[in-house]
Design a protein around this ligand. Structure first.
Ligand SMILES: [Zn+2]
Length: 679
């Protein structure tokens, strides 16, 4: 568990399930266009609404599919990748007796997940051993051992526990415990009193009751138990830290001894919890949110044993839902898909099963994916661009007018130490200790969770392995890791429309170039800038530069606070600050890098647009997206990325080169006054 990982995007899929149409229909992966003239709305004035100009026709021609909560360029590529992965797992699932160990695992995992008849026939029997363990709890003193068992199987009850790099000594993995134990997307869902929040909370309670009914409880009992779950989770929410405070790395770092942790929660015997994990021993750890531990203690002290068991039973069935019979899958979708994201239909089963295979066996599946789509030339081309972007950021920092020489020296040192990880890991994960049994869908999922949980806790006390990846190779995303000071680009995003060997530099620099610039800039946004060249949480700024930096960042907070996401919900300027800083800096340095490249390799005008125009359209078009109102609300409240429209208009309106490229007049909407700029 790393607290921070700064990504380029978000791909929230609509809920966790739907039983499938076209279950056995193979299809060829769809080609995706990088620079799409047909996507443009030429009737729109780029100086008035550039997003509409770059994406207008795309938005009109790409309605959101029924099984999606949003539909954008990220989704198009994700779907393409899923089709490729499907072909791989379907081939591997044919048990011909001579499969490699990895093929046996991904093939049988997928086969078991797809075996709806088998899952239906078993009913809830595969979950029974866990429910029996919960039922057998007859004294709160046994709770730590039971929680240890549940965590081991991936059931996130009461709190979170894992390994993490020590923020102030980031080469070492330490133990860490954090807030957790709730099932809505954020603490605020339990605490806010506006009509929409109250409505969603009631719908959640109804959903919990429906799940209990599916476990065989009477309607009255189920309704009472659902109330209990909401009550207990609300208590945990009350002592949880809010999302904006959690962005501050110092606020979620409290290293203490295990004895000090025990003092925070007298009724929960941590020693027994740790012993039950059967992992490395340790005597200190990071307690991210001490107030949460106190709140959790209070809950355990005051709630009845029966109420705690009810709460644990909910978490068990909620975690298992995707691999249980259809009634559970449908009910899970009815709330987490329909209510929370607005999706109309469950995604076909094969898509969900591909997603779970990727989630649980990602580096086994990823090897086959990489072999198919990511030749060495793609890796070399990306690396070349990364170096061009790094050179541009170096020039940018050197030329900054607001930063003093002392801080520049530190910033340049940090930049020079950023490691680049491209495509896939150098060393693939070894899954040999994970048993995948054909026909045991839920068992496979639990064993995979256990494999991952144990892999994480076994790191405690050891050096951080910086070669490890936190995303699987087919993922359409990228990230900067502040504890390791490295940037990571999975093969899944190094494809059209982000990177396309067939198009000109202008388009590629506007798309993947700006994505690379975005990740580099994360090392210097309001969070990343608190970590030094070696990934330690350490202030390397002079007080004067830090004050300037904060003032400049405030300009972004104000700008994005003014944008409306949906209805009366605004973009949250403080929540999205790091991402907005990265978008603005990233696009600016990508443009600088493009100019450097064009100086030595000029291009002819293409399709009637100048180099600069194609660059900005390239950026605009990776963010074309239609989003359902429910999903817009969910994202605005919880996600650190701004909506696509503002990732385009919010950024280009700060950039004079954009205004020049399209000849915008001084009073045009795409000329922001004052323009915000940090990097
Ligand atoms: Zn980002």
């Amino acid at each position: 568990m790393r607290h921070f990982m700064f990504t380029i995007g978000v791909l929230l899929l609509a809920g966790a399930s739907v039983l499938g149409q076209n279950a056995n229909q193979q299809s060829a992966p769809k080609e995706i266009k990088s620079f799409d003239l047909d996507a443009l709305d030429k009737s729109a004035d780029p100086c008035n609404d550039f997003y509409q100009f770059a994406c207008g026709n795309w938005l009109r021609n790409n309605p959101i599919p029924e099984d999606q909560a949003s539909w954008g360029r990220f989704n198009e590529l994700h779907e393409r990748n899923q089709t490729i992965l499907r072909n791989i797992v379907e081939k591997a699932s044919a048990d011909n007796g001579s499969r490699s160990s990895n093929d046996q695992k991904i093939g049988d995992y997928y086969f078991s997940c797809m075996d709806e008849t088998g899952i239906e026939a078993k009913g809830t029997a595969p979950l029974k051993p866990m429910l029996d363990q919960i039922d057998a709890l007859n004294d709160k003193a046994q709770l730590p051992v039971l929680i240890g068992r549940l965590h081991n199987r991936g059931v996130p009850a009461l709190f979170a526990f894992s390994s993490e790099p020590d923020a102030k000594q980031s080469r070492m993995e330490i133990a860490g415990t954090d807030q957790g134990g709730i099932s809505l997307p954020d603490r605020d869902y339990y605490l806010k009193t506006d009509a929409k929040s109250v409505e969603q909370r009631n719908q959640y309670e109804q959903h919990v009751a429906n799940m209990f009914k599916l476990l065989g409880e009477s309607p009255d009992k189920a309704a009472a138990n659902a109330k209990t779950v909401v009550k207990l989770e609300t208590e945990l929410a009350k002592s949880s830290m809010d999302r904006i405070d959690r962005r501050d790395p110092n606020k979620v770092y409290h290293k203490m001894t295990t004895a000090q942790l025990q003092e925070l929660s007298p009724v929960f015997t941590w020693k027994e919890y740790f012993t039950s994990l059967n992992g490395p021993t340790f005597d200190s750890l990071d307690v991210s949110v001490p107030d949460f531990v106190k709140g959790m203690n209070q809950l355990v002290a005051t709630a009845s044993l029966d109420d705690i068991k009810t709460y644990l039973r909910w978490h068990a069935v909620h975690s298992a839902a995707p691999m249980l019979p259809k009634a559970f899958v449908d009910e899970n979708f009815a709330f987490y898909g329909k209510v929370l994201t607005g999706a109309k239909q469950l995604r076909p089963r094969w898509k969900r099963c591909v997603q779970y295979t990727d989630g649980d066996l990602g580096e086994a599946l990823g090897q086959a994916y990489v072999a198919e789509v990511f030749p060495p030339e793609s890796k070399a081309a990306t690396l070349k661009m990364v170096h061009e972007l790094e050179a541009a950021l170096k020039t940018d920092i050197t030329q900054l007018s607001w930063m003093t020489e002392d801080t520049k020296k530190q910033a340049l040192d940090k930049l020079s130490h950023i490691d680049n990880k491209i495509g896939y890991p150098d060393k693939w994960r070894d899954y040999s200790t994970l048993t995948i049994v054909r026909g045991d869908a839920l068992g496979n999922s639990f064993r995979a969770n256990e494999f991952e949980f144990r892999r994480q806790i076994n790191k405690i006390g050891h050096p951080v392995d910086r070669s490890e990846w936190e995303m699987t190779p087919p993922t359409v995303n990228a990230y900067y890791q502040p504890y390791e000071n490295n940037i990571n680009f999975p093969a899944g995003i190094l494809q059209p429309p982000f990177y396309d060997a067939k198009v000109d530099n202008s388009v590629n620099f506007g798309a993947i170039g700006a994505v690379i610039g975005h990740e580099l800039t994360h090392g210097f946004d309001d969070q990343g800038a608190q970590f030094d060249a070696d990934g330690n949480l350490r202030d390397w700024w002079t007080p004067k530069d830090e004050a300037q930096f904060k003032e400049k960042e405030q300009c972004f907070v104000n700008e994005y606070d003014s944008f409306v996401a949906v209805d009366d919900v605004h973009v949250r300027g403080k929540l999205t600050l790091g991402e907005n800083t990265a978008d603005n800096g990233g696009l600016r340095i990508a443009h600088m890098a493009l100019l450097d490249v064009l100086a030595t390799t000029p291009q002819k005008p293409v399709e009637g647009f100048t180099d600069d125009q194609r660059f900005f359209i390239g950026w605009g078009q990776i963010w074309c997206q239609n989003v359902r109102p429910e999903m817009s609300r969910l994202l605005a409240l919880n996600n650190e990325h701004s909506p696509g429209k503002y990732r385009v208009n919010g950024v280009v309106s700060n950039i004079p080169e954009f205004q020049k490229a399209f000849g915008c007049k001084a009073d045009a909407a795409m000329i922001r006054k004052p323009a915000c700029r940090v990097w």
